[in-house]
Design a protein. Structure first.
Length: 278
């Protein structure tokens, strides 16, 4: 009886060993799923989740972003200084004209691999010094190569190699309600970060016309968009879902000076006609 019990025990042990070896051979050194658990608050990049977030807008931004530049301008302008004496010689001649340097920031987009950049005329008009900064952090001195003050379009020339270029689209086939993407340098943020700011909206209207202003500028057939456009965005591109430049962001309607969803861009077809003349 003892022999039978001993034999049974040995048989059970051998059977367990056989099962264990079989499991090892089947699963090898695979780590259980519980070992890959990520505790809350810990982030790990997921290629699958990143792929899901990629869409037409992100692809359009990726296509045009390298060619969007910051334009840092120094201008010299006259200001009228009032006499501190309040009477006498200075009162007879009135206020005193003085020269001062003013720094301003705008945006632009490279449209020609030879180093030509399109922007608004009001960004560079009267500039004595122009510095252009690319998203890859390269900096160049620029010169005004042509300007149309009336229609508020200018081109800047820089000298460099391997310059990124944005693709120009067709503003004549815009559809009301289609996506619009504004890129640029609002409030000078690009001076601290080489990447342009991006805002998204839709084409709200086309062919908006405005009466001539005191500065004699004329804005005709303008594109209206609710993509956020703020000070510093002037001269930056308005882009469609295909990553093509369809307009040059120019001004906004706002009592506060900030964006309220009514921005305007010069149609790129008009811009191309002007660039060919200046």
């Amino acid at each position: 009886m003892k022999r039978i019990n001993l034999f049974t025990i040995i048989l059970i042990l051998l059977l367990n060993a056989f099962i264990t070896m079989a499991l090892i051979n089947k699963y090898g050194n695979k780590t259980p799923e519980t070992d890959t658990f990520v505790s809350p608050g810990t982030s790990q990049p997921s290629k699958a989740s990143s792929a899901k977030r990629i869409n037409s807008i992100t692809e359009a931004v990726k296509a045009v972003e390298p060619a969007v530049v910051s334009i840092n301008v120094i201008k010299t302008e006259y200001v009228r200084a009032v006499s501190p004496f309040g009477f006498g010689f200075f009162d007879f001649f009135g206020s005193i004209p003085l020269l001062r340097q003013v720094e301003s920031i705008g945006s632009g987009v490279i449209y020609d691999p030879k180093g030509y950049i399109v922007t608004n005329a009001h960004v560079v008009s009267g500039a004595t010094q122009i510095k252009v900064i690319l998203p890859d952090k390269r900096e160049f001195s620029g010169i005004v190569a042509g300007i149309d003050e009336i229609h508020d379009v200018a081109k800047i020339k820089i000298t460099g190699n391997n310059l990124p270029v944005a693709e120009m689209g067709n503003s004549n086939d815009l559809i009301i309600g289609e996506w619009s993407i504004a890129l640029g340098n609002p409030y000078g943020f690009l001076m601290n970060d080489s990447k342009p700011s991006v805002s998204v909206g839709v084409i709200s209207a086309v062919n908006r016309n405005f009466a001539a202003r005191q500065d004699r500028r004329e804005y005709k057939s303008m594109i209206q968009t609710d993509a956020a456009i703020n000070p510093g965005n002037s001269g930056g591109p308005l882009v469609n879902i295909n990553g093509e430049v369809v307009g040059i962001n120019t001004f906004i309607f706002s009592e506060s000076g900030g964006n309220i969803g009514i921005g305007f861009a010069i149609p790129i077809n008009s811009v191309k006609t002007i660039l060919a003349k200046i």
